[in-house]
Write a protein that binds this ligand. Structure first.
Ligand code: 5GP
Length: 196
């Protein structure tokens, strides 16, 4: 494990709170307050991990992926960040790519869209998100990339809950997936977090 991966594990142990229903709260640095210097270091790590790929765009999903995606883009040369939007109304339109994503944290389904203006067949995309659980968010983004005829170059995740199915699914599909921290076990009663 690299230095930033160890620092992330320590930060999760120190600041993370295990909630009922298999949710890890990391509001102190990622999901509510943002530790900009720390996200910047994670962004640098993602750039290092994916430097062999010809990435020209970073894709995430609103809202919690945006911070780390932006900090990652800072370490690539002139690479924009596009975030897929959760649309409440089913606003079917020729100008949008559509998919549906089941929300792990809110247990509902969102229609998720990207304007065709911002994703096309020339794009080589790095997907960035905060958490990987069952993989619905990432698989939804992959679906949007494929609709655009673009190429998935890789997937960078801050925290993977390794005992859920998403990581296995995405690795089996052959994608280059890198998670900065992988949790193998969490217990909300004991407040315990075990890393891979
Ligand atoms: P998936 O789609 O892989 O099942 O879940 C990933 C999405 O759900 C992420 O975009 C993240 O926002 C949210 N999520 C899943 N598990 C957790 C968790 O334990 N803590 C937090 N804060 N978000 C989670």
């Amino acid at each position: 494990k690299g230095r930033i991966m160890k620092a992330l594990e320590e930060k999760i142990i120190r600041e993370g709170i295990v909630k009922k229903g298999n949710i890890l709260k990391v509001d102190s640095f990622l999901n509510h307050q943002i530790d900009v210097a720390f996200l910047d270091e994670m962004g640098k790590e993602f750039q290092t991990l994916f430097q062999k790929h010809p990435i020209n765009k970073i894709l995430t999903i609103e809202a919690s992926g945006i911070g780390v995606a932006v900090m990652t883009a800072r370490h690539f040369q002139t690479v924009p960040v596009v975030f897929a939007k959760k649309s409440k109304s089913s606003n079917i339109s020729d100008e949008l790519y559509h998919t549906t994503v089941e929300s792990f944290t809110h247990q509902n389904t969102n229609d998720v869209v990207i304007s065709k203006q911002y994703l096309n067949e020339n794009d080589h995309v790095l997907i960035i998100d905060d958490f990987l659980a069952n993989g619905c968010a990432v698989l939804g983004l992959i679906d949007l990339i494929h609709q655009a005829g673009a190429t998935v170059e890789g997937i960078g995740i801050v925290i993977e809950k390794g005992y859920q199915s998403g990581g296995k699914k995405i690795r089996e599909l052959g994608y280059h997936l890198e998670s900065l921290a992988i949790i193998d076990h969490m217990d909300d009663i004991k407040g315990e977090i075990v890393f891979r």
